[in-house]
Design a protein around this ligand. Structure first.
Ligand code: PMP
Length: 460
């Protein structure tokens, strides 16, 4: 590690953090006696903490974000060059990197046409919800205003996106929620709600149709789904699911919004998760991997057909999308995103994801044979989960402290892994792995070797 910070400075940093920083998703009491974790440097898939300890990061910056790895000088250069040229000018104006990145992005998304910029996954999703509500007012006589979301999916931290959270603990103490958000059942076959049947995917999709019929098709405007559920348990939808979902949306004139905040920009081995399933969405949102965390950027992408609805009557002052995002105009975002995409193409990272994802799944399946606590292994590309159960026949989940002990065990081996995000009562029992798209066979084997040791330590 080549750090400019000496040990005395680091103590000051840690004390400043302890005194003044309110960490995300954290119960702070333990920090009164234990140092908060601070990483200070990264290169490739490796990071170093304040004590100078090296870790292999199997979760791409904690929350599946740093897709092209740490320390990419060419991204830093692209951002720097743009910032000294023109760091910002927005309101209704465009920008050079904004235009070039939109063109590049759309070239990877057949059928899509327009990119609306903002700064976070939550914001990108909330833009869709606002577009749908505006379309309800202007084009459906006030109908088609309800938004369907799926149990176990997650779409963000603002109140509207929380209203669309299929993870009840996330919103438990933050109500009342905005109205008009309706839940549909999850599609995780392992915890099947429809019994042991051949056509599980179709049945799970039919459950969405039942909700549309119950609510009244005239009232439902949007179905918002993750292509592969991320923090809700790494759920790859069963065969037949997506075809049926698309069919149902078309039948009832419900727009389909795919939240690619996690899966987008290469994580699953294609540019977008939905591209594995032949889906033709009306909206796609993305954030984390778009610029791999080198700058804040998110995109709400839609079709020309929907875009045109927002310019139907230029004489009407309400006939446009009355929305703005001050820092959605920061050019560092698309400048970083353009270079991020170039790296993925030039280094053939999509192919690498497919190959390394297969290796990761295969390694996890070997661990499953060895450790009865692994009930199921699932994943797509470099996005894998291992669901831990106390008993394979009852599928009784292990406890949260046990999951945390496995994570701590991996950390002790120098590997950072994650788990379902502490928001599903009794079901936060899936280990989550999302290494950078640059992972090598040695990295993948080191990740599963650490999990092997940690599982043996915690469960014998
Ligand atoms: N959608 C999904 C699928 C996510 O996983 C997340 C974040 N974990 C979000 C949306 C929200 O993104 P952000 O935290 O950038 O607002």
């Amino acid at each position: 590690m080549d750090t400019a910070l000496q040990s005395n400075d680091i103590r000051d940093v840690i004390e400043a953090d302890r005194a003044h920083v309110w960490h995300h998703m954290s119960q702070h009491k333990p920090y009164e006696t234990v140092d908060p974790k601070i990483y200070i440097e990264g290169k490739g898939m490796r990071v170093w903490d304040a004590a100078g300890r090296e870790y292999l990061d199997a979760v791409s910056g904690g929350v599946w974000t740093v897709n092209v790895g740490f320390g990419r000088e060419s991204i830093a250069d692209a951002v720097r060059d743009q910032l000294v040229k023109l760091n910002y000018f927005a309101n209704s104006a465009g920008s050079v990197p904004g235009a070039l990145f939109a063109e590049k992005l759309i070239s990877k998304m057949p059928g899509m046409s327009r990119v609306y910029y903002s700064n976070s996954g939550s914001e990108a999703n909330e833009k869709v919800f606002k577009m749908v509500r505006q379309m309800a007012h202007r084009h459906h006589g006030g109908n088609k205003w309800k938004i369907l979301y799926r149990e176990r999916d997650y779409h963000g931290t603002t109140l509207a996106t929380l209203a669309a959270a299929g993870q009840p603990q996330r919103r438990e103490q933050y109500g009342p929620m905005p109205p008009g958000f309706v839940e549909v059942p999850h599609c995780l076959e392992y915890r099947g709600q429809y019994g042991d049947i051949d056509n599980y995917g179709e049945r799970a999709a039919d459950a969405i149709e039942a909700v549309i019929l119950r609510e009244g098709p005239d009232t439902v405007g949007l179905l918002c789904l993750e292509p592969v559920t991320a923090g809700g348990g790494v759920i790859v939808p069963p065969k037949g699911y997506w075809d049926r979902v698309q069919e149902i949306c078309r039948r009832y004139d419900v727009l389909l919004h795919i939240d690619e905040v996690v899966c987008g920009v290469g994580r699953t081995g294609k540019w977008f998760g939905y591209q594995h399933f032949g889906v033709e969405p009306d909206f796609v949102t993305m954030a984390k991997g778009v610029a791999s965390g080198y700058a804040a950027i998110s995109c709400t992408v839609t079709t020309e057909k929907i875009f045109n609805l927002f310019k139907d009557d230029p004489s009407d002052p309400m006939s446009f999308f009355r929305d703005i995002s001050t820092f959605g105009g920061c050019v560092a975002g698309p400048a970083a995103a353009l270079e991020n995409m170039r790296i993925i193409e030039d280094e053939n990272l999509l192919e690498n994801v497919t190959a390394m994802g297969e290796r990761l799944l295969a390694n996890l399946r070997v661990l499953q044979e060895k450790h009865p606590v692994i009930g199921e292994v699932r994943g797509l590309g470099l996005f894998c989960g291992a669901e831990l159960v106390a008993d394979r026949s009852t599928k009784q989940p292990v406890t949260e402290p046990e999951v945390q002990a496995v994570i701590a065990g991996c950390l002790a081996e120098g590997v950072i892994i994650g788990a379902t995000n502490r928001s599903l009562p009794g079901l936060n029992n899936t280990l989550c792995l999302s290494p950078a798209l640059i992972a090598t066979p040695t990295d993948i084997d080191a990740i599963t070797a650490a999990i092997d040791i940690a599982l043996a330590k915690v469960f014998g």
